[in-house]
Design a protein around this ligand. Structure first.
Ligand code: SAM
Length: 317
């Protein structure tokens, strides 16, 4: 049955090295529910654990394999996985990084996390460390990482991850868009004080709990009173709000209206315009960069997400 999955992945054009790793790990050992073996090796999402209180899923193998290709997962790499579930994907990645590499996986729900630990122990996989907790903080003890591999929908790429990633390291991440409810995945590369990246594809993962899933709430605390300055009309306002979300990590929502909560100013987005209070140079410069890229949606832009540096966009050729 495992060969069947191998050939499905090969048919997708997945690299042999990655497809073979799926051949080496028994997926059924990571599923706490019973499925027929033929179903286990279909290219589908499966519920791996559920008890009425918490649940976890084993992601679609072809999607995981594509993520592995995009981050150029290879021998000797150190990987941080966010959203460990019952440990299957971490086990597959451990086959690819080999004896000289290491996979650290973080799972939020204690029950699921303990199952993942037990699974890797039982199968004698010693190049995977399972950490229980909120993936928002990363795992500084094993940093720096070559790759951060995210298998849960998150609200932002926290600064902790940025700091724990090597320069030129890669992040593959599905991001929960607060305005549209979409969950696009992006591939980023660390370049100095920025992550530079592009849209890859649409996904539908479980949305994260903890600090990876409460950005709008947390940012409410950043909202302060500033004097009204001006109103600017913005074409395709929803798309601009999504760019602000991705690039500043300072979006929030109050009474159904979205705001940017900046350090020296606030922007209210509504009715096709932005009402600016105080100083918001970050937003005004993003708007002029976006205009020079013909107001394209994020799928057709390169994002440069700054950490203690201003974010910017460039027009993808
Ligand atoms: C799609 S499943 C992951 C599948 C897993 N990689 C596998 O191979 O089975 C997403 C997991 O992310 C976990 N999760 C949710 N919020 C999280 C957080 N803040 N930090 C770490 N894990 C989180 C969920 O409990 C769930 O188990």
């Amino acid at each position: 049955m495992r060969e069947r999955l191998f050939w499905i992945l090969k048919d997708y054009g997945i690299d042999e090295r990655i497809a073979k790793a799926f051949l080496e790990v028994p997926r059924e050992e990571f599923l706490m529910k019973h499925y027929s073996l033929s179903h286990v090796y279909e290219d589908v999402v499966l519920v791996s654990y559920e008890d009425g209180e918490v649940f976890s899923t084993s992601s679609q193998p072809s999607l995981m394999a594509m993520f592995m290709e995009w981050v150029e997962l290879g021998e000797g790499m150190k990987v941080l996985e966010i959203g460990g579930g019952t440990g299957y994907n971490a086990a597959v990645m451990s086959r690819i990084v080999g004896e000289n590499g290491f996979v650290v996986t973080v799972e939020y729900f204690e029950k699921v996390c303990k199952i993942a630990r037990e699974n890797v122990r039982r199968l004698g996989i010693d190049s995977v460390a399972v950490v229980c907790g909120d993936g928002y903080y990363g795992v500084p003890d094993f940093a720096p990482y070559d790759v951060i591999f995210v298998t849960v929908g998150v609200d932002e790429i926290p600064e902790h991850w940025f700091r724990q990633l090597k320069d030129e390291g890669r992040v593959i991440v599905p991001i929960n868009m607060k305005f549209s409810g979409r969950q696009p995945a992006f591939l980023f590369v660390k370049k100095g004080n920025h992550l530079e990246g592009n849209y890859k594809l649409e996904t539908r993962f479980i949305e994260a709990g903890g600090n990876l899933g409460n950005l709008l709430e947390r940012n409410k605390k950043l909202l302060k009173e500033f004097p009204f300055r001006k109103t600017i009309r913005v074409p395709r306002l929803q798309m601009f709000v999504e760019l602000v979300d991705l690039l500043t990590r300072r979006l929030t929502r109050m009474n159904g209206t979205f705001y940017y909560a900046g350090p020296e100013g606030t922007v209210e987005f509504s009715g096709g315009e932005m009402r600016i209070y105080g100083d918001t140079p970050e937003i005004e410069s993003l708007l002029s960069q976006w205009k020079s890229c013909d107001y394209r949606s994020f799928e057709h832009l390169t994002l440069h997400v700054g950490y203690n540096a201003l974010s910017r966009i460039s027009c993808t050729i």
